[in-house]
Design a protein around this ligand. Structure first.
Ligand SMILES: Cc1ncc(COP(=O)(O)O)c(C=O)c1O
Length: 392
């Protein structure tokens, strides 16, 4: 009785790891749920919005206050001139934003290029929208950075390519795409007449001196880019389900239709409070990055001490590691053992690859937790080598 499409992908490994952590009372460093609350004034604004009567549907593509705040931020921070009436669709998280965007542009047989490893949602996004994925590997270089081979990227493009999916800063690697890379991708999009769909949900969480660059801000990409982002990560409000899609006018109508019939709209009172969040000043973002950078340094040290080989992230709040030194047959077995025996949860690397064998030596941790939680996880992880020795 079930659809063919629903058999083509598994349930989310990341969300499954959270359930496993709950079962074993493990420190959960798997799912990207911040261990912090949104700023007080934003929480107050949400309560006030409910009291002020914002309790019914908003305009389907977003409450005017929030769309205007998003348009201002896109124009100034991202460098993409944005009109709140023509270019903005507020969605139920970036998750729905990606899905609505893909449904709005994909026809059967269209190919979608995805850098691998990738955030696990892009797999089902592609299958549900009916596209054919074409993967391009991101490999680590001797200086510890990840990049793609320009020839491999070029060979991935064909006359069937409709879209290249970008994610910068990237989950799971923390890679921040450089201007050179984005310009190279833009040239290919123009040559092969295709679009970029870019997920920039971690745009405010960057540790390098290089700034975040939106590919949609490159003049040649203005009419070829759909930018997806949201408030979940920048304001620690993953449960509020606020995301948005910025697209040229000729694409926005199709995206708004998909969005309307998928969800009608994002929660109205929370949209009103979201507009307040977007008005926070520079200081807020500086403190956010400082806090995450401290966590990053601390947890890199703890993981290295515990025997993991780490790939230091340039952005976002995840650390990809190599677990080959521990001698487990694969990442999934390691993940289950780690939750059960050590009491710490992470995500098996294979869930970020099209074929599990590509990620079987990789393991991802998130570090968006208070310092005390990371230290507790660190203490537990220090027992790994002992337990492995005793296991024989
Ligand atoms: C790259 C990326 N995009 C999107 C999301 C989900 O965003 P939202 O909560 O806005 O749906 C996540 C969450 O982990 C993510 O890592």
């Amino acid at each position: 009785m079930i659809s063919h499409k629903s058999t083509l992908f598994t349930e989310s490994v990341i969300r499954g790891m959270t359930r496993l952590c709950n079962l074993h009372d493990a420190v959960n460093l798997s799912q990207g749920t911040p261990g912090f609350d949104p700023p007080e004034e934003v929480k107050e604004a949400a309560i006030q919005a409910i009291r002020d009567g914002y309790n019914q549907y908003s305009i389907t593509w977003g409450a005017p206050n929030l769309r205007q705040a998003i348009a201002r931020k896109m124009t100034t921070f991202n460098g993409i001139p944005t009109d709140s009436e023509l270019h903005v669709t507020v969605t139920c998280g970036a998750t729905e934003g990606m899905m609505s965007a893909m449904l709005a542009i994909i026809n059967p047989g269209d190919e979608v290029i995805i850098f691998e490893p990738f955030y696990e949602n892009y797999g089902p996004d592609v299958i549900i929208s009916g596209a054919k994925p074409v993967y391009v590997p991101l490999r680590d270089t001797p200086n510890g950075e990840f990049t793609y081979d320009p020839d491999e990227l070029r060979n991935a493009f064909s006359t069937n390519t409709k879209v290249i999916v970008l994610n910068t800063p990237n989950n799971p690697l923390g890679k921040v795409f450089t201007r050179d890379e984005l310009q190279q991708i833009a040239r290919l999009c123009c040559e092969f007449d295709c679009l970029a769909v870019t997920d920039e949900i971690y745009e405010h969480i960057i540790y390098t001196s290089r700034p975040h660059i939106s590919i949609g801000s490159l003049p040649e990409m203005r009419d070829r880019t759909i930018t997806v982002s949201g408030l979940s990560k920048s304001y620690s409000m993953t449960g509020w389900r606020l995301g948005y899609v910025i697209a040229p006018e000729y694409l926005t109508n199709a995206i708004r239709k998909m969005h309307d019939f998928l969800t009608v709209g994002a929660p109205h009172p929370l949209q009103e409070a979201g507009a307040v969040a977007l008005q926070l000043g520079e200081e807020y973002y500086r403190q956010l990055v400082d806090r995450y950078d401290q966590n990053r340094k601390l947890f890199l040290d703890l993981l290295t001490e515990a025997g993991f080989r780490c790939y230091p992230p340039e952005g976002a709040y995840y650390i990809m590691t190599d677990i080959s030194g521990f001698g487990f047959p694969d990442d999934t077995e390691f993940a289950h053992w780690l939750v059960r025996e050590i009491g710490v949860g992470g995500v098996p690397g294979s869930s970020f690859y099209s074929r599990p064998e590509l990620g079987k030596t990789k393991f991802r941790f998130m570090f968006s937790k208070p310092e005390s939680v990371l230290r507790e996880a660190g203490e537990r992880l220090m027992q790994i080598r002992d337990k492995i020795a005793r296991r024989g």
